[in-house]
Design a protein around this ligand. Structure first.
Ligand code: ATP
Ligand code: MG
Length: 177
């Protein structure tokens, strides 16, 4: 089956959860999945559940979940340790794509990592070009670059029509994290 490249971007809520929904669907179909979360490091409920799901896989199925961020990164300017974490993550997920061990590879928040220049856009474009035919690739996060969107087969932009964040509602466990 031919596979494609998806981008989930925009300022509204639903990018990460869309990619996780796709992971759930793929896992249900017996596919192997690799999820690498850039910029994140912490206790997310979805990671917790994915870890429990590892016990439910078929024998020939693999689920790999990794985080490539420093804690509380988002509130400050990137420092050397953030570059190092992003680069290490990039090497790991790139190897995962090229290994063809996974049917679905999700690069969570990679658009933001590129936007912050933690990962060179050229390297992402190169991997998009050289992706094995049978690996479905998903890139999520706000601020997807024009070139990256152009190189993808599917681009969904989630618009923010309203968000309770503007009323001061912080991320809630089980809903946003
Ligand atoms: P979800 O994980 O619920 O699918 P997302 O991946 O689309 O959301 P991100 O851009 O990754 O959203 O941002 C998530 C974090 O930013 C949340 O903790 C949320 O509280 C905060 N936030 C602030 N404004 C928004 C907005 N307009 N849309 C989504 N999240 C927002
Ligand atoms: Mg997100």
């Amino acid at each position: 089956m031919k596979s494609y490249i998806h981008i989930y971007t925009g300022n509204g809520k639903g990018k990460t959860t869309a990619s996780l929904g796709l992971a759930l669907r793929a896992l249900g179909a017996g596919k192997s999945v690799f999820i690498g979360q850039f910029l994140k490091n912490g206790d997310y409920s979805e990671i917790r559940m994915l870890q429990k799901m590892e016990g439910l896989l078929e024998t020939d199925q693999t689920l790999r979940v990794e985080q490539y961020g420093e804690p509380h990164f988002i509130n400050r300017k990137p420092g050397p340790e953030d570059y190092k974490a992003a680069e290490k993550g990039w090497m790991s997920i790139k190897e995962g794509v090229l290994s063809q061990k996974y049917d679905l590879v999700i690069m969570e928040e990679i658009n933001v990592a590129v936007h912050l220049e933690l990962i060179p856009e050229d390297q992402v474009l190169e991997l998009m070009r050289n992706k094995p035919d049978d690996v479905e690739l998903v890139l999520t996060g706000r601020y997807a670059s024009e070139k990256i969107m152009e190189a993808a087969d599917l681009v969904s932009r989630v618009d923010e029509v309203k968000h309770y964040f503007s009323k001061g509602v912080q991320a809630r466990i089980g809903i946003e994290k």
